[in-house]
Design a protein around this ligand. Structure first.
Ligand code: BYC
Ligand code: FE
Ligand code: FE
Length: 488
């Protein structure tokens, strides 16, 4: 890798311990703070990162520039030696605060005092999810269905690690002593820990198998995309710049999820066809083929969709209103929307639980911003589901995956505490208990999927429940040795 001493034209300086494109060498205070944080990070990575593969050589991409064209370089890397760095999209001198009460001001290069606590909160919540996902996924390497998939898992993991670095940089650079404390806290909480859990619900759930991993990267990384898109609108320019670069990495995570589920579906349909099974609900027969039946794939989608919806917070939120009014967190595609960007009088329809009924209610748009972002998210999810259904349709099988009602299986917001079916009907506890296992993976479903999770680490081979990808990574074939396994 060539080291560059300047950081012009988006190039990343790899000559320093912490690669960056922000002239960190000239900012000795922050450099020192990050160098002090680094060993704790490596410690965390070694104990909570991919278990059993820390000495393997993984064909990873590393960012060498933030130039949209050709920013990545591929090579074999041992994960603990991955060059996690600080990469920000270029600064635009003319950028403005584009929404809220300060609309029209020059974008802030420092944290406005009155927004300090809110901004720090947003940075910490965002930062907390990144290591959480690595922790959730740490056992998956052992059951990888191919070297290709294993490599994709590890690519996602190192990039989530870098996303943590991105938020830690903001904390160290802009939030002083309490920023440093928060940065340390990010290495102390643990996904699923009873005493020190991660901050948001979905990040304390387990990711027990590869279908869950693909659903997670499809549904939950997509929440990541939506949240980063709204933070990329921030009037606090360093936040915007760092999120903009993170979004370029996020695209690959969602690709891994969408194609992973798609390949599982494809393999199931193919096996059903070959065995002459027409009925997708003939679950015993389908499972006997060693593939995941489509109704179980639907259940996994129901689970991960509902958990991910919880990540948007309450439908009606004064936090969201304050974040927007303060110019800290915008809407998806904020600058493309044609309105006053202040939302002082606008209304927005919100699905609520009122008088024992599920109803659409007009609410002030400002407090309904979580709902709005969630609506944009649901649309984005639907596109992927439609592409999955094309695979099923092409195989000539009569089955379609659907997104459940947004009121189904919720733990945050309007619908927490009520039982609702995937098609949006209110249920009593008895009705719910009777149907639950038809809608959300049961322990039997989990055990069946687990039985399929046999490692398949031979070059060019794929586990029986998933088809080979259409194309490899970096123009390599499906039989490329994406991971050279040296077990620790
Ligand atoms: N679990 O006003 P409310 C990603 C709390 S994923 C637990 O309704 P608000 C990634 C809330 O904090 C993207 N607690 O919500 C993906 C608040 O507590 P306080 C991560 C929750 O504040 C895959 C209270 O309930 N980024 O990047 O409008 C792999 C009332 O909250 C939850 C972000 O989330 C929950 N689900 O919105 C790797 C962006 N929901 O303050 C990475 C930054 C709410 O009263 N975060 N609460 O103690 C935010 O914008 C907001 O914090 C939220 C919540 C959207 C999460
Ligand atoms: Fe991330
Ligand atoms: Fe991600």
């Amino acid at each position: 890798m060539t080291a560059t001493s300047t950081t012009s034209a988006g190039a990343v300086d790899y000559s320093t311990k912490i690669p960056n494109n922000i002239n960190l060498a000239d900012d000795s205070r922050v450099l020192k703070a990050l160098e002090q944080w680094h060993p704790g990070y490596i410690d965390w990575w070694m104990t909570m990162g991919p278990e059993g593969f820390q000495t393997s050589d993984v064909y990873l991409r590393t960012a060498i520039s933030i130039d949209p064209k050709g920013w990545a370089k591929f090579d074999y890397v041992k994960m603990p030696e991955y060059r996690w760095g600080i990469l920000l999209a270029p600064q635009d001198e003319n950028r403005l605060v584009n929404f809220g009460a300060s609309r029209g001001e020059k974008a802030w290069q420092e944290v406005p005092g009155e927004h300090r606590a809110s901004l720090r909160r947003l940075v910490v919540v965002q930062g907390d999810t990144e290591p959480a996902s690595v922790e959730q996924q740490r056992h998956l390497g052992t059951t990888a269905p191919s070297l290709y998939d294993m490599r994709n898992l590890f690519q996602v993991n190192v990039e989530e690690g870098r996303h943590l670095w991105a938020m830690v940089y903001l904390l160290h650079k802009y939030f002083g002593k309490d920023g440093r404390e928060e940065a340390d806290g990010l290495l102390q909480r643990r996904s699923g820990d009873a005493d020190k859990p991660r901050m948001l619900g979905a990040f304390n759930e387990t990711t027990p198998d590869w279908l869950s991993f693909f659903m997670f990267t499809f549904f939950t990384d997509r929440d990541g995309k939506m949240q980063l898109e709204s933070l990329a609108q921030s009037g606090f320019d360093p936040m915007s710049r760092t999120c903009r670069f993170m979004l370029t990495e996020e695209a690959h995570h969602m690709f891994v999820g969408e194609t992973g589920v798609s390949r599982a579906i494809e393999r199931t349909c193919e096996a059903m066809k070959a065995a002459g099974i027409e009925d997708p609900y003939d679950i015993a027969k389908v499972r006997a083929l060693g593939v995941i039946d489509l109704p179980t794939i639907q259940k996994k989608a129901n689970l991960h969709f509902s958990l991910s919806l919880d990540l948007f917070g309450s439908e009606i939120s004064t936090n969201a209103a304050n974040f927007y009014n303060g110019g800290l967190k915008g809407r998806y595609m904020e600058t493309k929307i044609e309105d006053d960007h202040a939302l002082t009088t606008a209304k927005y329809p919100v699905l609520k639980f009122v008088d024992g009924q599920i109803r659409m209610v007009e609410e002030p748009a400002l407090t309904a911003l979580n709902m709005r972002l969630r609506d944009d998210y649901v649309k984005d999810c639907q596109g992927g589901v439609n592409r999955w259904n094309k695979v099923i349709e092409k195989a000539g099988i009569k089955f379609a995956l659907t997104l459940p009602s947004v009121a189904f299986h919720r733990h945050i917001g309007e619908f927490k505490g009520v039982k609702v079916s995937p098609d949006g009907k209110l249920l009593n506890e008895t009705e719910w208990a009777k149907m639950r296992d038809q809608w959300i993976p049961s322990s039997d479903d989990g055990a069946f999927i687990e039985s399929l999770m046999q490692p398949c680490w031979e070059r060019g081979k794929y586990a029986g429940w998933i088809s080979a990808p259409k194309v490899g990574i970096d123009n390599k074939g499906g039989d490329f040795e994406y991971v050279k396994i040296h077990r620790a």
